[in-house]
Design a protein around this ligand. Sequence first.
Ligand SMILES: *[C@@H]1O[C@H](CO)[C@@H](O)[C@H](O)[C@H]1NC(C)=O
Length: 352
Amino acid sequence: MLLLPLLLEATLLPLATGSHHPFYNGFYYNHIMNDKGNGQEKVVYFNGARLWVETPKDPVYSTNGANVTLPCRYHFEPDTEAKRKIRIKWSKLRDDYTKEKDVLVAIGKTSVAFGDFRGRAQLHQAGWREASLVISDVRLQDDGKYRCEVIDGLEDESDVVDLRLQGIVFPYQPPRGQYRLNFHEAEQVCQEQGAILASFNQLFQAWNEGLDWCNAGWLSDGTVQYPIRLPRKPCGGLHLAPGIRSYGPRHRHLHRFDAFCFSSGLRGEVFYLNHPAGMTLEEAKQSCQDAGAEIARVGHLYSAWKFLGLDRCDAGWLAGGPRANCGPAEPGVRSFGFPSKGRFGVFCYKER
Ligand SMILES: *[C@@H]1O[C@H](CO)[C@@H](O)[C@H](O)[C@H]1NC(C)=O
């Protein structure tokens, strides 16, 4: 039973290295070393072809609601024309590579998708030795790394492809004020804003694009961080270089911070309504409803600003407080905080 530990090693290796490149797990040969007396002559019996699996090195970009193909190809060296009974398995990696979630497994023409990929994931095998995955109706949660694994008998090779959703990261602070959310509540408020908790990669990209925010917020991996472009005293100090400041992992129930939410492309449109005298929040909600829409959420407004070029210098109600996307400093969506009263216009959101 020499096989067992070897097989274990074969499945652990790709996890441990986290490599993005095709790797050799040592499994395509059976080495049989025959010492023929004098110790010089070694015979190696070659027992099969080497299997390679390849995916693109660059991330594949998509948006909310789109269909996306994650390319994956395999081949044998030396190449064999023979039909082989191949199994293909796609799984989604967690940020830390420690766990995987099954997406789809396929043998021949039969495939099964799992969890929330059911009905949305299928194999695309148009080309020779192709094992690409098509995900339809892409969701925010689909962002991340996927492993394409090809299994041919004892050979088991895989490679990883990175799916990134084009989107926007926005800090979120509830009406009750700063640092009120534990991890689970942070997940909840992002969802209420048509978004999800941002990943570190998403926050990093937002920081690259100019996000500077002096309040620490939860990320999807349970860490608490904040992006600083311009070092200053109240935001981690002057001695630190610009970057993402991290408090590291925090207790998901006991510790309270703000949230960094991530939202992607819109399935609908955002528009602005006003009355000469402005509107209360209740009147604003009604106006959107009368227009066959709903009051926009914070995530909608940020997405509209980024993807649809929405640029209005009017304050307007949103579910959760009035905002305007204009201001003296940099472009972006500005918050007025959460006055309980006041009369503003309203941003509405209408699904297409
Ligand atoms: C995605 O694919 C499905 C069928 O696979 C199709 O019905 C739908 O229109 C496609 N959506 C987009 C946005 O292309």
